[in-house]
Design a protein around this ligand. Sequence first.
Ligand SMILES: Nc1ncnc2c1ncn2[C@@H]1O[C@H](COP(=O)(O)OP(=O)(O)OP(=O)(O)O)[C@@H](O)[C@H]1O
Length: 274
Amino acid sequence: MPLAKAQALSPQETRKRPLVVMQSVSKVFSSGTVALSDMSLTVESGEFVSLLGPSGCGKSTALRIIAGLGDVTSGAIDWPSSRINARGLPEGDIGFVFQEPTLMPWKNVFDNVHLPLRLRRVSKAAAHGEIMQALTTVGLQDFAKAYPRELSGGMKMRVSIARALVTKPKLLLMDEPFAALDEITRQRLNDDVLRLWKTTGITVIFVTHSVYESAYLSNRIVVMKARPGRVHADVPLTTSLERDEHYRTSEEYRKACETVSLSLIGAINAAGEH
Ligand SMILES: Nc1ncnc2c1ncn2[C@@H]1O[C@H](COP(=O)(O)OP(=O)(O)OP(=O)(O)O)[C@@H](O)[C@H]1O
């Protein structure tokens, strides 16, 4: 399958360039809830970063702010290596996958994936190649004409991922995308996302509650603590092993899970401390 130009660099080639920088970001909602306090985070091109933390620690808020779906109360988001559009966002550079697939039930798979391009006034005919490429990436090239009601939960989530990829973003933001799926489907989709990351060089920021999922997927885990939300620990996870079913049962993975688990316990115990 030919790779899109924006996605053609390998993770090694694209690493070590800051893609997005959160500078001392705080977010206070109108209710008075301090969702984030002084959160700083630099994500480099080609990284797979998980945001892990207890419920309410501000993971989704951080992700939405990076996506431009919410503003900051103080601090800033910088995109050092991207051209910025009038909305302060990198031009065409962000794909977002929500916890729910959020597909339009009255549209088939092809039309659902077309949506982001339709919003940019690209016709179906002109978008055909990109749409089929995105569907091929998630293994759904034979389901273009199917309707959401005909798909399993895992397939619907794949459509949602294809829709996020169709604009060929450099950055993929995923907000607990597999939390509602059964364990086997979740593991398969974890492997799909890893393959996508390895073959395209895309940068991924992945929100999860799961120690096991974050330790399997990420090359770096940012553990957050709550009340107010901020970074508790930044845990690099390097391994020479291929992340596959053998890795899941390896001593190295067990140790990674232990390290991350201990950090998460530390974050939970430290909630409320400044
Ligand atoms: N739109 C909103 N208005 C007011 N408060 C909000 C809003 N969105 C989130 N919050 C609050 O901000 C805090 C952080 O919420 P957020 O959803 O970012 O946390 P989270 O770590 O993603 O939680 P979870 O893991 O449960 O999804 C919580 O206290 C939440 O109640």
